[in-house]
Design a protein around this ligand. Structure first.
Ligand code: UDP
Ligand code: MG
Length: 198
């Protein structure tokens, strides 16, 4: 299988149908074989019913994992990573802030350019945000770069990332560690880490 997409979600019933049909369109146009794991992190809305419906309509492609309560994004990713089978694993947020149109190039960077991990970087991610948000984000990333020794990443915390399958099978994402996955990857011996402008 070419690609596994892992989507952690908490109360995202409204965006899921559009997100899935967008992913499906991109996958079909590019002739990728793929699977999508929706990890329902204890949603209190109808997200799970929406996932079940998508699964009914696309039984070969859609998988759902359901948490009994809200455990957080890291455990959700961890459970998805445990199950995936694709050569390349893509994570994305469910709120339509990450574009499935980025998938083919991310896939190519892993398969052809030989990256272990590619992290998205939205140049305008913080556009319009107050300084009370952008300054902590900048500090966070500066510290993360320093501690990890990964100097070429602007946004460690971007939800859109691509991984060689080996990487996700060899890291343990727990607590709030989803913010530091490139660091976990590097410590597990995967050092070719890159960035893609979104
Ligand atoms: N999410 C989750 N569990 C949580 C909080 C968030 O699975 O406890 C999901 C959320 O639904 C989304 C992704 O994690 O798909 C990123 O969340 P959010 O958009 O709140 O993060 P931000 O964009 O602020 O980094
Ligand atoms: Mg978001």
């Amino acid at each position: 299988m070419d690609i596994s997409v892992v989507i952690p979600l908490f109360n995202e019933e409204e965006s899921l149908p559009e997100l899935f049909s967008w992913i499906k369109r991109v996958m079909d146009e590019n002739h990728f074989s793929y699977e999508v794991y929706f990890v329902n992190d204890g949603s209190t809305d109808n997200s799970w019913q929406v996932i079940e419906q998508l699964r009914k309509e696309n039984p070969e492609v859609v998988h759902g994992i359901k948490f009994r309560r809200n455990y957080g994004k890291s455990p959700a990713l961890y459970c998805g990573f445990d199950r995936v089978q694709g050569d390349v694993v893509i994570t994305m947020d469910a709120d339509l802030q990450d574009s499935p149109d980025e998938i083919p190039e991310l896939y190519r960077m892993i398969k052809e350019d030989g990256y272990d991990l590619v992290s998205g970087y939205k140049i305008n991610r913080s556009k319009g945000d107050p300084l009370s948000k952008t300054i902590p984000t900048k500090l966070f990333n500066a510290t993360a770069r320093k501690v990890s020794g990964i100097h070429n990443l602007h946004d460690f915390n971007c939800g859109l990332k691509a991984y060689r399958r080996d990487v996700v099978k060899n890291i343990e994402v727990y607590g709030e560690m989803h913010r530091y996955i490139p660091y976990l990857a590097k410590n597990a011996g995967f050092s070719k880490i890159g960035e893609k402008h979104l």
